[in-house]
Design a protein around this ligand. Sequence first.
Ligand code: SAH
Length: 225
Amino acid sequence: MLRIDIISVLPKLIESPFNGSIIKRAIEKKIVEIHFHDLKDYASNKRKQVDDYQFGGGPGMVMMIEPINKCIDSLKKNRDYREIIYMTPDAEILNQKIANKLSIEGNLIILCGHYKGVDQRVRDKLITMEISIGDYVLSGGELPAAVLCDSIIRLIPGVLGNETSALSDSFQDGMIAPPVYTRPANFGNMNVPEVLLSGNKAKIENWREEKALERTKKIRPNFFN
Ligand code: SAH
């Protein structure tokens, strides 16, 4: 079973994406286990302080190293972790390849930043991997952590009902997926492509490949570089 520990100052912020749909099912099937940790529980002073002003001055609070260190330490005492990940905009951007890799390797710790981010020494000494979800800045790492977890969990064998379903998604084979249709076959003057109704498996497969190629060339021409 894959275990993911998420460390945050606002764990309430990310619990809901784990309470429905595919992720919930994966948790119920005991394929994955998610644990949330409130950094404030690891604060060393009575005020439960987890952030402080930055040295050198300037706006924005910085998350302190001590509570983070204490939390990670207590987790590592109990089991091995493959990666200790910090969600941060100034890192390699998440893609399907990274999600695939993380879905098979082992337990993960994910640290969510807030405010100005974490003390650099956390990144230098405690973190083994950094991931961004795109070139824009959010207020906290909670949504990025939920995005990362979803991308990983749906790839674990047994999570998706139809085992082949993740394989035919975009990016999995370096291509954008072909368009999909369902009933009704005619809606106003918009008809579903004839070939999809033909029942001819080989023809349908060819059509899908053609469309995937067409769409990839248009939407992600860089995939062919
Ligand atoms: N001062 C930082 C931004 C901090 S944003 C900078 O200029 O780079 C606060 C927190 O939100 C970060 O610590 C990180 O955990 C999270 N975050 C914001 N945008 C993100 C993104 N695109 N990907 C991953 N995490 C992000």
